[in-house]
Design a protein around this ligand. Structure first.
Ligand code: HEM
Length: 408
């Protein structure tokens, strides 16, 4: 064996570790900022137009104030249910107060009054305890959704979209970026244990690589444009309203344009690689040993063409991607086959799976590039160093070697 680059001990990845430490610091600051936003009193369910109307006015002062009041009143409807009252769709809570129950203000000056005050709910609790009310009637408008006067689920939907998924998504993406940076700083790159041998073995053919990059570029295009759509207000408005308008326009169209190539890539990937990604007993051993990721001393757990970690990536791409495409197409054709409830769910699922996939694929991109020495060649030239193959895909190398002749 020739050790052309010195192996585990000879190889110095200090530069990578410093870069990892610096980016870990950056992502830590961004994470801290995100946590502060999460716990700040101002909830993101407030429409931002309200404060703009209030602070800038709408031409004359009178209508500006009125519009602001109307928006503020409307905002209460968009707030969490425990603040805005019961859902007409829900059953009356046990012990519900009748609709015409009136709040009493009782001074706390003697014991009896104190007891009564204790049993008289405050405004929020009283609202919650009222019987659910419902306004019903018929509409002659041709557009079915126009008959919808108030939709309590919309408040949950808005809370889910604007608060839960937006914040959890930011935490997942920034958290994963921090974790990967910290791993690079503390653990360094995964080296080729015995260094490069100088002999390569073919790993992926042209069609496999072309399909991979078609899917990868489309995914990245969808991720960036999706992030611009979801987080544009935070990320781009500080650059100016015009920048936001332009980026928003490009992102909305770009998001739709990247979808067909992503889908095509997924289908070809599924045809090429499903057989090699079916679960096997080797995967249990591979997972139990953490893929050999945490130690450079012993041999890595044996794997065929794809190890358990890669199978996880493959199935995330295929299954997650199909859910994204199905919900995405649904959103492109609103109300064609789903009603407003179904559309709300399609949007929630689309957003939730999107942020999860971005976090998962950050991990994949990391390990396929800076995280592991020698990995990127598999998808770039299609050939990997023999010692790399022995480290990570020993059983696959044994299958390939007779045909390959071991050298190039
Ligand atoms: C810049 C981004 C990316 C880089 C640098 C990258 C790198 C790589 C590399 C080096 C491999 C081969 C690993 C091996 O030899 O075993 C690979 C495989 C693969 N990639 Fe990527 N990739 C990227 C983005 C993506 C994206 C966005 C997707 C899907 C949405 C994807 C899906 C896959 C799949 C399914 C495999 C085969 C299974 C696996 O090795 O995990 N890749 N990638």
């Amino acid at each position: 064996m020739s050790e052309t680059d010195g192996g585990v001990r000879g190889r110095d990845f200090t530069g990578y570790r410093i870069a990892g430490a610096l980016s870990a610091l950056l992502f830590l600051v961004l994470l801290a900022w995100q946590v502060t936003v999460l716990f700040s009193a101002d909830s993101t369910v407030q429409p931002e137009a309200a404060w703009r109307v209030a602070s800038e006015g709408a031409g004359d002062a009178g209508s500006g104030t009125l519009a602001s009041e109307a928006l503020t009143a409307r905002t209460r409807l968009l707030d969490e249910r425990f603040r805005t009252g019961p859902s007409p769709e829900a059953d009356a809570p046990e012990g519900a107060l009748s609709q015409d129950f009136a709040l009493e203000q009782t001074p706390l000056d003697d014991g009896a009054a104190l007891t009564r005050a204790w049993s008289v709910p405050d405004e929020d609790t009283a609202a919650m305890m009222h019987e659910p009310g419902r306004v019903e009637g018929i509409s002659s408008l041709p557009y079915s959704n126009a008959a919808l006067y108030e939709r309590p689920f919309a408040r949950d939907w808005r809370l889910g979209m604007s608060d839960v998924i937006t914040h959890m998504g930011a935490l997942a993406i920034l958290g994963m970026a921090f974790l990967l940076s910290a791993v690079l700083a503390l653990r360094g790159r995964v080296p080729i244990r015995r260094g490069k041998s100088g002999r390569s073995v073919k790993r992926f053919g042209f069609v496999e690589r072309a399909t991979h990059w078609l899917t990868a570029v489309s995914f990245l295009g969808l991720a960036f444009t999706g992030i611009a759509i979801a987080y544009g207000e935070t990320l781009f408005v500080p650059l100016g309203e015009r920048a936001m308008g332009t980026l928003g326009w490009w992102s909305t169209w770009g998001h739709v344009l990247f979808a067909p190539t992503f889908f095509l890539g997924l289908v070809v990937m599924a045809v090429m690689w499903t057989g090699r990604n079916l679960p096997s007993k080797l995967d249990i051993n591979w997972i139990a040993k953490g893929g050999g990721f945490f130690s450079d001393d012993g041999p890595h757990p044996p794997a065929r063409k794809f190890n358990a970690g890669q199978k996880l990536i493959f199935w995330s791409a295929i299954l997650g991607g199909l859910v994204m495409v199905a919900t995405g197409v649904t959103l492109m054709f609103p109300f064609y086959w789903l009603d407003i409830g179904g559309m709300s769910w399609a949007m929630l699922i689309h957003a939730a799976i999107a942020v999860l996939l971005i976090a998962v694929f950050l991990g994949h991109i990391y390990i396929g590039s800076v995280g592991m020495h020698g990995a990127i060649h598999a998808m770039w030239s299609g050939r990997v160093d023999r010692n790399w193959a022995e480290d990570h895909h020993e059983l696959w190398l044994r299958e390939e070697e007779p045909a390959e002749g071991g050298a190039s």
